[in-house]
Design a protein around this ligand. Structure first.
Ligand code: NAD
Ligand code: TYD
Length: 337
C-alpha cells in the first residue's frame, strides 16, 4: 500500500497524521482531500504543502465523482477517513451538516471504495460512540454502541455503514475509536486550545457545569502512530480502541494550563452545562497494545506542556484562526451562558 487517500487532512488530527507519514514513511504518496471548512486550514500544512509525495485537493467527501477521479488518477490503494464535523457543541446547535459529512460523506467514500476495489478502508471514529461511563469501567470494542450526542450518533452510523459494506460486499476495513486528542494545530473550539487561548488573553475560562467530567487524553502524535500501525499491520475488519491512559477531570487539565501560563485561578468561570453532557470516557486499549504492539509514548504532563508551548510559539496561527467567524461562534456559544 503506497498511495493513500487521506480525507480531512487539513484539520487537526489529519494534518498531524500527514506530517508524520511524510517525514517517517518516505515511500508513501498521500493525496489529501479536504473541503477546508472553518476547521480546515492550509496553514496547518505549510511545512509540507509542496512536498512531491503530497498532493492537496480542495473538495468534498460527499462528491462521489471527485473521489472516484482521485482514486483512478493517483492509483489509490487505501483510504483513511478523518474528514468530519467534529465538535459536539456545534452538533447540538446545528446537527444537519453532521448528517451530511459524517454519514453521507462516509457513504460516498464507501461506494467509491467498493466500486474501485480499494484494498483497505480505515474509518477514524471516536470513543463517544459507546456513550458515557459511570465512575468505574472502560470502553471495550465489544461494548454495544450507545451514542448520546448528534455528533456521536453520526459517527456511530458511519461505523455501521462501514461494517455493512464489509458484510455485503467484502470491503476490507478497520475502524479506530480514539479518546480525546490534544496537541499542536487543534482548533480553539475544543477544550484545551480554547482554554489556552482565553488564558493567554486574560479572558474567563468557561467550565461547563461542575468541571468534574472526565476525558482520557491522547497526545495527537500517539494517535497518529496508532492509526499508522492499524493501516499497515492490522488484520482486516478489526475495530481498535486507542486511548492515552490519561483520565483527568476538566478542572485538573484547566488548572495545569493556568499554572504553566502563570495565570490566576480566578479566570475560571463555571457556566451552564452542555445539554446531555457525557460524564466520563475511558478507553481499554488492550487490543491494539497486544495485537499491534502500540502504546502511547507521551506522558500527559509532558504532552500538555509541549502543547501549551506550541501555542505560545505560534500565536500568529492562533490569531489567524480566531479572526473572522470564530468570534461570532464564540459569542453565540458563550455570551450570557
Ligand atoms: P477537525 O474538525 O479539526 O478537522 C476536520 C477536517 O475535515 C477539516 O480539515 C475539515 O475541513 C474537513 N472536512 C469537514 N467536512 C468535510 C467534507 N465534507 N469533505 C472533506 N473534508 C471535510 O477534526 P479532528 O479533531 O482533526 O478529527 C478528525 C477525525 O477524528 C474526525 O473524524 C473525528 O470525528 C475523529 N475524532 C477526533 C477526536 C478529537 O479529540 N479531536 C477524538 C475522537 C475522534
Ligand atoms: P471537547 O473538547 O468539546 O471534547 P468532547 O466534548 O468531544 O469530549 O470538551 C472536552 C470536555 O471539556 C468536555 O467535558 C466538555 C468540556 N468543555 C468545557 O468545560 N468548556 C468548554 O468551553 C468546552 C469547549 C468544553
Amino acid at each position: 500500500m503506497k498511495n493513500i487517500l487521506v480525507t480531512g487532512g487539513a484539520g487537526f488530527i489529519g494534518s498531524n497524521f500527514v506530517r508524520m507519514v511524510l517525514s517517517e514513511h518516505k515511500d508513501y504518496f498521500i493525496v489529501n482531500l479536504d473541503k477546508l471548512t472553518y476547521a480546515g486550514n492550509l496553514e496547518n500544512l505549510s511545512d509540507f504543502l509542496d512536498r512531491s509525495s503530497h498532493q492537496f485537493i480542495k473538495g468534498d467527501i460527499c462528491d462521489g465523482l471527485t473521489v472516484e477521479k482521485i482514486i483512478d488518477q493517483y492509483n489509490i490503494d487505501a483510504i483513511i477517513n478523518f474528514a468530519a464535523e467534529s465538535h459536539v457543541d456545534r452538533s447540538i446547535t446545528g446537527p444537519k451538516i453532521f448528517i451530511e459529512t459524517n454519514i453521507k460523506g462516509t457513504l460516498t467514500l464507501l461506494e467509491a471504495a467498493h466500486k474501485k476495489q480499494i484494498k483497505r478502508f480505515v474509518q477514524i471514529s471516536t470513543d463517544e460512540v459507546y456513550g458515557s461511563l459511570g465512575p468505574e469501567g472502560k470502553f471495550t470494542e465489544q461494548m454495544p454502541l450507545a451514542p448520546n450526542s448528534p455528533y456521536s450518533v453520526t459517527k456511530a452510523a458511519a461505523d455501521l455503514l462501514v461494517q455493512s459494506f464489509s458484510h455485503t460486499w467484502g470491503l476490507k476495513y478497520n475502524i479506530t475509536r480514539c479518546s480525546n486528542n490534544y496537541g499542536q494545530y487543534q482548533f480553539p473550539e475544543k477544550m484545551i486550545p480554547l482554554m489556552i487561548n482565553n488564558a493567554l488573553n486574560d479572558k474567563e475560562l468557561p467550565v461547563y457545569g461542575d468541571g468534574l467530567y472526565i476525558r482520557d487524553w491522547l497526545y495527537v502524535y500517539d494517535h497518529c502512530t496508532a492509526v499508522w500501525k492499524v493501516l499497515t499491520q492490522a488484520p482486516p475488519n478489526e475495530v481498535y480502541n486507542i486511548g492515552g491512559c490519561n483520565e483527568k477531570t476538566n478542572l485538573e487539565v484547566i488548572n495545569r494550563i493556568l499554572e504553566r501560563l502563570k495565570k490566576p485561578k480566578s479566570l475560571i468561570k463555571h457556566v451552564t452545562d452542555r445539554p446531555g453532557h457525557d460524564r466520563r470516557y475511558a478507553i481499554d486499549a488492550d487490543r491494539i497494545m497486544k495485537q499491534l504492539s502500540w502504546e502511547p509514548s507521551v506522558r500527559f504532563e509532558d504532552g500538555l506542556n509541549k502543547t501549551i508551548d506550541w501555542y505560545l510559539g505560534n500565536q500568529d496561527w492562533l490569531k489567524n484562526v480566531v479572526s473572522g467567524d470564530y468570534q461570532k461562534y464564540y459569542d453565540s456559544m458563550y455570551d450570557n451562558r
